[in-house]
Each structure stands twice: as structure tokens, then as C-alpha cells.
Design a protein around this ligand. Structure first.
Ligand code: DOR
Length: 450
């Protein structure tokens, strides 16, 4: 008797937890059920991955998809299309939306929209501030919630938790890992004249300087220790912070973005103007090298894109009215494969930072590795394909990338979400059938709500 499957992937090199192996993958009911030689299996669909490498799907734990349904603004449909074109199989969206995600009703509204329009799996962060700090222990446990996120410094939108008392109130209410944008608001406000008097975005890293980031990161680590609460520091931009964070790896996990690892100041501001403007800012060569060193030595736990797809018109406003943020959910994997081909990191470390890392630090249930019993989420890549990133390829509503015209080696050829091939050769296939990501720490609540 031969086994039957919904999908079989043959002839590929498969990145398993033990490393790259030649294996066939049998998928049934959205999960991997067999790995190895499948023999005379019957399959509804067969994917020939000859010459390709099957990686666990990328989990992007920092995107901003924002205002659902507003014309010209990114929405979950476009954002997740961009995700699957880039080999991303799950996204976590940030709470600085309109309205801010601060309560159960707003979370449910987003979950509802996503259940109809998302092309990959999803979860949403709950924002934390002075208004809802006392409710966070309950809010962070709602199904579909990725945890709590706070902004110690203002970025896009009005979400802010700048003072020690508010941050402590957030840290004291709940148990899951808290994600943090660490820039010191008081220092940013004090230094704002630098931006106002500036001759363009080249001043951005001077206004939001290294000390603004270091000061906030130091405060955060101290408060997290006092509260005994795990924290995750987002988009670390400076070598100096990596030295501090290296001393707190028992409590603190660390994210970097591809922008901070690929663009360099002042060149990026001279070339791209506000299209290179993000918070915290892209800094100079010393910091770029410091971030790569922290990837090498293990201090970094995860890559996030911080996908923030402001429109071309918005970006063309004179600095500092130009909004901060760069789209990235679609370009992260191609850039990473290119960095790998240039010798910056191994394929094993790439997968550690895009799939296993997110699973480990956020306690994602059943994702993040290719193994029997896990969701059949794959990024099938050609490690040697030579392509050029272009604005035309971008599926985000904003339609631009700072990497337009960049030649890369390595490309996502297909994306599989729970056994469904949703992208092949840059073409989107099927229907939006994304589901909420499940978390180990909220199983009880999931049970209660069904
Ligand atoms: O540059 C940024 N833009 N950094 C953030 O942290 C927020 C983001 C946005 O929401 O636009």
C-alpha cells in the first residue's frame, strides 16, 4: 500500500534542524507528515524542487500594515501578498495603527479582516501605554496576539510609553516577552531642533543619535531586571547597544533589520534621501560592522523587516515632515540570500534568524522548522539565481523599495503556507487563506474561546 498526500515535494535539498539533507517531504492536512524517501506515494500535487533548497518559511515578527481599507495605505491583503512573494509565511503586525491596537475590540477587528484577506499566517501585537497597562496581563493572552509592544520613543503614530513608571507598569502586568522600540523620547525631543534646522534626512542619525538608542536600551535592561520580565529589543541600530545587550542574554532577545545591515550612512541619505529614513536611523559603517559581528557571535536572535510602507508622496515631503519607515517584508529573504552568497552568514544561521529564532523567542506553536508534525510552511529558494530587485516586483501598495536596481544572488522561487503553494515564480496562486498563528503560552485561552 502506498501513502497518499496532499502535497509531495521531491528532489530538493531540505534544511532540517540537523542541517541540509536530500529528502522528500510529504504533506497532509497542512502539516509535514513524512520526511525522507517516500517511495510510491500518491499525491494530489507534486512539486519538483530539483536544483532548489527548501527552507522553513520566513517568520517576519515586525511589520506595519496599518490602516485597513484606506486608499493608498498598505493593508493586510497587499502586505501579505508582498510577504509571500518574499518567502514569508507568517507575519506579526505592530500596534501603532489607526486606531491604535490597545484593546480586544481592535485586535478582533484586525483578526477578522486578516481571516478574509491574509495570504500568509498572522498575529498582532497589543500596544502598551499608560491607558491600558493594568489590563495587559489579560490582553496579551488573547488568541492571535503576539504579545505586547511598547515605544519608548515616538515614531510613526502616537503610541508611547516613555517614562519609567509607565514602562514598569507594563512590565509588571503579564508574563510574555515584551517587545520594545528603544529610543529615549526626552533626548529625541531635546534634540529635535537638529532635524528642524537640517538640510535633509542626512541629519536623521544626528537627531536620533546613538546615545538616544543607548540611553533607552540601558534603561530598558535595568527595568526588565527589576521587574524580572523578558524583553525583546527591536531593530538594534548601533554597535554600542550590542555590547550592552551581550551582557543580558538571559533576559533580552535582539532583533536587527536588513536595512541596518545593508544600507550605510551617509551614502544612503545622499542617494535615497527620505527613502532611507527610518527609526532608529541607518548609521555609519562602524555600526553596520558591529551589527554583523553580533550576528556572527550570536547576540542577535532574529531578523525583522520593520516593513513600513509609506507612500512615495509622503516620502517626498520635506524632511523632517517625511515619515520614517522603509518597506521590507518582500526584500528581506533575497537580501539575506545575497549576504549569504557574499559570505556574511551561513545558510544555517540565516534559518536560525528567520524561522527557528522567531519560534523560540515568541513561543510559536508548530512552526519554525521543517519536521514531522510541524506546519508545512516553506520558502523554496534558488541559492544561485541571479536577479535584480525592482520597484515593479514590489506587491506592497507603496510600490517602491530602496533596493530598486540592486542585483542579488539567491531568490525565493515558491512559498508554501500550511501545504498550499501560494507563490511560484513570482506569481501569486490560490486564495488568501491565512490563519492566526498559535502560541504555546495562550493555549488555555484558545481553548476557552472555542
Ligand atoms: O521607521 C520606522 N517606521 N520605525 C518604526 O519603529 C515605526 C515605523 C512605522 O510605523 O512607520
Amino acid at each position: 500500500m502506498c501513502e497518499s498526500y496532499d502535497l509531495v515535494i521531491r528532489n530538493g535539498q531540505v534544511m532540517m534542524p540537523c542541517g541540509l539533507v536530500e529528502a522528500e517531504i510529504g504533506v497532509r492536512g497542512g502539516k509535514v507528515v513524512s520526511l525522507g524517501a517516500l517511495g510510491r506515494a500518491v499525491a494530489r500535487e507534486t512539486f519538483d524542487a530539483a536544483g532548489l533548497t527548501v527552507l522553513p518559511g520566513v517568520i517576519d515578527t515586525q511589520v506595519h500594515f496599518r490602516e485597513p481599507g484606506l486608499e493608498n495605505k498598505e493593508d493586510i491583503a497587499h502586505g501579505t501578498k508582498a510577504a509571500i512573494k518574499g518567502g514569508v509565511t507568517a507575519i506579526f503586525e505592530m500596534p501603532n495603527t489607526s486606531p491604535l491596537t490597545l484593546d480586544e475590540a481592535t485586535l478582533n477587528q484586525k483578526l477578522n479582516i486578516a481571516s478574509r484577506t491574509a495570504w500568509c499566517d498572522y498575529a498582532f501585537f497589543m500596544g502598551g501605554n499608560h491607558e491600558n497597562a493594568h489590563l495587559l496581563a489579560e490582553l496579551e493572552r488573547l488568541p492571535g496576539c503576539a504579545g505586547v509592544k511598547i515605544f519608548m520613543g515616538s515614531s510613526t503614530g502616537t503610541l508611547l510609553a516613555k517614562d519609567d513608571e509607565v514602562i514598569m507598569a507594563v512590565l509588571a502586568n503579564g508574563t510574555r516577552r515584551v517587545s520594545v522600540h528603544a529610543e529615549d523620547e526626552d533626548r529625541l525631543v531635546e534634540r529635535q531642533p537638529i532635524a528642524i534646522d537640517a538640510d535633509g534626512p542626512v541629519a536623521h542619525p544626528h537627531w536620533r543619535d546613538v546615545e538616544s538608542a543607548v540611553k533607552a536600551t540601558k534603561r530598558l535592561v535595568k527595568l526588565a531586571r527589576l521587574a524580572g520580565r523578558r524583553v525583546h529589543v527591536l531593530h538594534i541600530s548601533s554597535a554600542d547597544e550590542m555590547d550592552i545587550l551581550a551582557e543580558h542574554k538571559d533576559l533580552v532577545t535582539v532583533e536587527v533589520t536588513l536595512n541596518h545591515l545593508t544600507l550605510v550612512a551617509p551614502d544612503c541619505y545622499e542617494r535615497l534621501g527620505a527613502f532611507a529614513q527610518m527609526n532608529p536611523p541607518v548609521r555609519d559603517e562602524r555600526h553596520l560592522e558591529g551589527l554583523w559581528a553580533a550576528i556572527q557571535n550570536g547576540v542577535v536572535d532574529v531578523f525583522g523587516s520593520d516593513h513600513a510602507p509609506h507612500t512615495t508622496e509622503e516620502k517626498q515631503r520635506p524632511y523632517p515632515a517625511s515619515p520614517s519607515g522603509i518597506p521590507g517584508v518582500q526584500t528581506s529573504l533575497p537580501l539575506l540570500l545575497d549576504h549569504m552568497n557574499k559570505g556574511r552568514l551561513s545558510l544555517e544561521r540565516l534559518v536560525d534568524l528567520t524561522s527557528a529564532g522567531p519560534q523560540r523567542i515568541f513561543g510559536i506553536a508548530g512552526k519554525g522548522r521543517i519536521a514531522v508534525g510541524y506546519d508545512a510552511d516553506f520558502a523554496i529558494v534558488d541559492l544561485a539565481a541571479k536577479r535584480t530587485i525592482t520597484n515593479k516586483w514590489i506587491a506592497s501598495k507603496c510600490g517602491w523599495t530602496p533596493y530598486d536596481g540592486m542585483a542579488v544572488t539567491g531568490w525565493p522561487i515558491a512559498t508554501v503556507v500550511r501545504g498550499m503553494v501560494v507563490m511560484r515564480d513570482d506569481v501569486i496562486l490560490g486564495e488568501p487563506e491565512g490563519e492566526a498563528v498559535r502560541f504555546i503560552e495562550t493555549f488555555v485561552e484558545e481553548k476557552k474561546s472555542c
